[in-house]
Design a binder for this molecule. Structure first.
Ligand SMILES: C[S@@+](CC[C@H](N)C(=O)[O-])C[C@H]1O[C@@H](n2cnc3c(N)ncnc32)[C@H](O)[C@@H]1O
Length: 237
């Protein structure tokens, strides 16, 4: 594993192998403070869709499947990181596959069926989202919901300029133990909207749950449907 070579996308993806143990511990020990707001917010969005087939894209150590399974969801998780998928399988709740977005784009048939809910929870970290969003959208049932939760562009802006750009996460706020810093692509709100439109997805709701201590948004939670089904609904009205 090389933290220096490769494109930012490749380096970003590889960090999740090197950092898998530290990430799994941080999530399972509730050390990611914002998760106490963003996890329940995501469940609140998904719960009304039960029972449903869910694709958890970039599922990490699998917490979402473990939360959704008791609610009647049938969850499939995919992730490029073998150690994270192994950690997810150990605790169960769903079916987990080692599958990178790049491999899925190259071979969309790797997803055997379509899904009622497709969820990307803090897992779209690349500059070019069009290929993976396109393939995922093709696997969304016509009346399905496509949910993206991500860092809020306002909260994450920090001292940097409000422009799309590669940044680096060193995970220092999570108590150390992360061997590799992670490149990730900071995206403005407008950029998210354009990515959705380019993938043929229509925004139906946007939540910005506030952190109770700071009053700043803990995340940006975008709920989308297929543009085709949005057109059908509008035609009927
Ligand atoms: C911040 S973690 C979020 C994990 C999980 N969704 C959660 O809510 O805890 C980002 C996840 O995206 C996955 N990921 C990033 N780039 C990927 C890629 N190109 N293909 C597949 N998975 C990827 C990583 O392996 C990692 O598990």
């Amino acid at each position: 594993m090389n933290s220096e070579g490769g494109t930012p996308d490749e380096r970003s993806r590889d960090t999740w192998k090197a950092n898998a143990a530290a990430w799994t511990a941080a999530i399972r020990q509730s050390r990611v403070d914002s998760r106490r707001i963003t996890d329940p917010e995501l469940i609140d969005v998904l719960a009304p869709h039960a029972p449903a087939r869910v694709l958890d894209v970039g599922c990490g150590e699998g917490w979402l499947a473990r939360k959704l399974a008791p609610l009647g969801f049938d969850v499939t998780g995919i992730d490029a990181s073998e150690p994270l998928i192994h950690a997810a399988r150990r605790l169960g709740g769903g079916t987990f596959h080692v599958l990178s977005y790049e491999a899925l784009v190259a071979e969309p048939g790797r997803l055997a069926h379509s899904f009622d809910c497709i969820v990307c929870n803090f897992s779209l970290l690349s500059e070019d989202l069009a290929p993976v969003l396109g393939v995922l959208h093709a696997r969304l049932e016509p009346a399905g919901v496509f949910v993206i939760q991500t860092v809020h562009p306002f909260t994450a802006a920090g001292e940097g300029p409000y422009v799309n750009e590669w940044r680096t996460e060193d995970f220092s706020r999570l108590g150390g133990g992360f061997p590799q810093p992670m490149p990730w692509f900071y995206r403005t709100f407008g950029s998210w909207i354009r990515e959705l439109a380019a993938a043929g997805l229509s925004l139906v709701d946007c939540r910005e749950p506030l952190h109770p201590d700071t009053g700043v948004p803990a995340s940006l939670l975008l709920q989308c449907c297929s543009q085709h089904s949005a057109d059908t609904i509008l035609d009927r009205e």
